[in-house]
Ligand binder design. Sequence first.
Ligand code: DLL
Length: 432
Amino acid sequence: MIWNEKIECATREEMEAIQSERLIKTVERIYHNVPSYRAKMQEKGLVPADIKSVKDLSKLPFTEKTDLRDNYPFGMFTVPMSEIVRIHASSGTTGKPTVVGYTRNDLNMWSEVVTRTLCMAGVGQNDIVQIAYGYGLFTGGLGMHYGTENLGATVIPISGGNTQKQLQLMQDFKSSVIACTPSYALFLAEVMKENGIEPESLNLKVGIFGAEPWSENMRKEIEAKLKIKAIDIYGLSEVVGPGVSCECEEQAGMHINEDHFIPEIIHPETLEPMPPGEIGELVFTTITKEGIPIIRYRTHDLTRLIYDKCKCGRTLVRMEKCMGRSDDMLIIRGVNVFPSQIESVLLEMSETEPHYLLIVEREGTLDVLKVLVEVQEQFFSDEIHKLEELKTKIKNNIQNTLGISVAVKLVEPKTIERTAGKSKRVIDNRKI
Ligand code: DLL
C-alpha cells in the first residue's frame, strides 16, 4: 500500500482504538516472553490485564538503551531466532552496540511506513532515489531501500561516501531524490561547486534528510544550494529505523506513524507525562513489532507534539523538528546550550560556512565553549583586523542569542572534517 488514507486521516478516537487494541497485545507478548520486562512490571505490581487502553500507557515502566545493552545481544527478542530474518545494530561510540532483530512481518511493516513517508514527501513511482545513507548494520540505507522499492520508485543503492561517484551517478542517472544526512547534503553541495556542477543542471527535486539534528537555517541553506525541497525524516534503530516519522510537503512537523509507534512527551527529569504541546523528551512504544517490541523507550530527543490536523489533510500527530537531545545539551556556566542554537546563529551570517565544531574545555573551574567555524572563501582575507571584526561579530551574535560568552576561532574553508554519515559537532573535553 502506498499511502493509507484510512489510517493517516483517522480521527483521534479511531486512532486511539487501534492503538489500544495493539498495545494490549504487545504488553501480553513482552510480559510472557521477555524476563527483564516481566521483572520490571512485577516491580510496579503490574500484570498485563492492568493495561486496558492507551490511557494506561503511563503506568508501564520505561526502557533505556542500557536495557538493550544489559540483554546483549538477543535477550529482549520475543521470538525464536528462526523467526528473525534481519539484524541491525546501532553505532554506539562506546561499549557494545544495541542490537535489534526483525521478523518477516516487521520488515514488511518497516517498508510500509517508509513508503508512507516517501509519499508524504511527494516522492512517487517515477522518481529515481539515490540512497546515500550507509548500508549495513546502520538502519538508514536498507530501511530507505526497501521502502523505496515497495513504493515502486527506482533505487540507486549507492550507500554513503564516494562523493565524486555520487555526483557522477546523480548526473548520469538523473536522480530526482537524494536521501542522506543533512550534513552530507551540504558536503555534496560543496563538492558540486568545486566541480562546476550547477544545481539547475541536475534533475534533483527532493532531499530526504535525517539521522541527526539540523536546524531550520540549515534547511534554508541546503534548499538554496541544491535547489531542492529538503524534507526531515526521523527514526531510531530501537524503534524501527528511518520512517518513524517524516515531514509532508507542508514541512510543518513530522507525521508520526502512530498506528505502529505511540509517542509520548515526558519531563526529562521528573519523567512525568507533559501536557500536549509542551517541549520534553520523546518516548516511543511500538505496538506492531514482533522481533523486539519496545515499551516506553526513552529517545532522549527533545521536541513537542502537534495534534492539529495538518494542511495536507493528515491527522497523524506531528513532532516538531528535534531541537537536540537531552544528553547533547551542554551546560555552560549554568546555561543550557543546544548545538542547534549555535548552528542557527552561524547560518544566519553570510560570512560563515555551515561547518562548525564546538569544543568545551574546563579552564580552572570555568567552562569555556570554543566555537570553531569556517569562514567563506571570499571573506577569508590576510587582513587581520577584518578577521578580528568578524570574530567579534560572531561572538556578539552568539552572546545575544544564548546569553553566554564564547571563544570564537575562525578557520579556513574546508578544514573541518566532513563525514558521509552522522556528523560530530561537539567535543566535550570536560568529561575526559
Ligand atoms: O539514525 C535512523 C535514521 C536513518 C533516521 C536515516 C533517519 C534517516 P540511529 O542510528 O539509531 O537511527 O539514531 C537515532 O538519531 O534518537 C536522534 O537523536 C537522531 N535522529 C534521527 N533522525 C533525526 C532527525 C537513525 N530527523 C537517533 N532529526 C535519534 C534529529 C535525528 N535527530
